[in-house]
Design a protein around this ligand. Structure first.
Ligand code: AMP
Ligand code: MG
Length: 397
């Protein structure tokens, strides 16, 4: 048995980054940028008004009240094409170009229109309510760097730079094979002793949430013939995930089935849940063999699949942990690193309290769904008391 850290290092060492592809900005949210994005336009493109009001020469309103003659109008997208004359004002709206000659905008709440004249009740500051050309960004300026996971805000920014497409990392293709004579799909008729195979679908959701493309291969029976036939479907994937068939029972054949073409890197990790985890490669393709127990499978996904996918995408691969305060006493731990399902809540003092659930059976999927975090108990951790500092992995996906 190897440690969680050793196992993760081996998985990451066996993973190669994916290439890049061009997509429309419309498809760019949640993708990882693969080239810098430089603005093709300045924003704003010209000096514009930040208010609905009147463009003036500040010197014409050196004292208030002051009356100026209305000379014309500048609306967003329809600029006034003349020059503001001394003693005059141009009606202006938010986003409209500042006319030549004007150096301030007075908002309409501080003005009173009287036919063809406008009276101003305040003295403006030069430059007031004017957004200068390029205030936000200038044409040619690099705004986003490669390696960034694009948010909706980034997509808005890219669109505003008049860049219609971007180069992003290709979605890692992850093939998923469930195993087990007892496994059925949701909605299938169930014979006694058959169960719904939840792992495949949970892993699809996990892979897609992390920016991958999941290929659900289906379920293999616990025979070498069936396993090998189904494994053929993974051809061309960036990563193969299997679930189940990984322990030491008579029907746990995944290791042997893959074994024919697989170089096994490790099998068994000192962790709970999730001991029977394996990693190797079939030809060029890395294979992560997850345990069948649903909680073990998903905890291993969090601990190994997440980092593997982030590495493929060129993102920081570490598992993110935060510090919290233990909510109740815990006994000493054995040699396996424990990952306890826990709730997170702030107490009155603002401390983040991690409360491990009472039962931690690795078949209990409902409590995993309810958990906010996995509380880490390192190997051989001594007994702990409520109030002790702990590290937790917040569960997102
Ligand atoms: P195994 O590793 O095949 O011995 O499976 C361990 C436990 O996980 C058994 O109780 C299986 O029925 C269960 N199991 C295996 N695969 C799945 C799956 N895809 N979904 C839910 N439970 C599973
Ligand atoms: Mg099985």
């Amino acid at each position: 048995m190897i440690s969680v850290e050793e196992a993760r290092a081996k998985v990451l060492a066996g993973i190669r980054p994916v290439g890049a592809e061009q997509v429309s900005v419309m498809q760019a949210g949640g993708r990882v940028l693969a080239e810098p994005v430089a603005a093709r336009v300045s924003h704003p493109p010209v000096d514009v008004s930040a208010m609905d009001g009147y463009a003036v020469r500040a010197a014409d309103v050196a004292t208030a009240p002051a009356k100026l003659a209305l000379q014309g109008e500048s609306a967003a997208g329809r600029p006034y094409d003349g020059t503001l004359r001394p003693g005059c004002t141009v009606r202006i709206f938010t986003g409209a170009q500042i006319p030549a000659g004007a150096d301030a905008v007075i908002m309409q709440e501080d003005a009173a229109r009287d036919g063809e004249a406008v009276e101003f009740r305040v003295v403006p500051r030069v430059g007031q309510h004017i957004r200068r050309a390029g205030l936000d960004f200038a044409a040619g300026q690099t705004l986003l760097e490669p390696g960034r996971l694009l948010t909706a805000r980034d997509v808005g920014l890219i669109a505003a730079t008049n860049v219609p497409w971007v180069l992003v990392k290709r979605r890692p293709r992850v093939a998923i094979l469930s195993t087990g004579d007892e496994i059925k799909m949701p909605g299938d008729p169930l014979a006694p002793a058959q169960i719904i195979g939840s792992n495949g679908l949970a892993l699809v959701a996990f892979v897609e949430a992390l920016g991958g493309e999941a290929i659900l291969l289906g379920t293999a029976l616990d025979t070498m013939v069936s396993l090998q036939a189904m494994l053929a479907g993974a051809r061309g994937a960036d990563l193969l995930l299997t679930s189940g068939g990984a322990s030491v029972g008579d029907y746990d054949l995944v290791k042997d089935a893959i074994g024919a073409g697989m170089a096994l890197d490790f099998y068994k990790v000192a962790m709970r849940p999730g001991k029977p985890l394996m990693f190797g490669r079939m030809g060029e393709m890395p294979v992560l063999g997850l345990p069948g127990n649903p909680v073990s499978a998903l905890v291993c996904a969090e601990m190994f699949l997440g980092p593997a996918m982030r590495r493929m995408l060129g993102l920081a691969a570490e598992v993110r942990t935060v510090s919290a305060v233990l909510g109740r006493d815990l006994p000493a731990n054995d040699l396996r690193q424990d990952h306890l399902r826990a709730s997170l809540a702030h107490d009155e003092a603002g401390r983040l309290i991690a409360m491990p659930f009472d039962t931690q059976d690795s078949a209990m999927l409902a409590s995993l769904a309810r958990a906010d975090a996995l509380l880490i108990r390192p190997p051989h951790a001594p007994a702990a008391t409520a109030g002790d500092p702990v590290r937790v992995i917040p569960l997102g996906v």
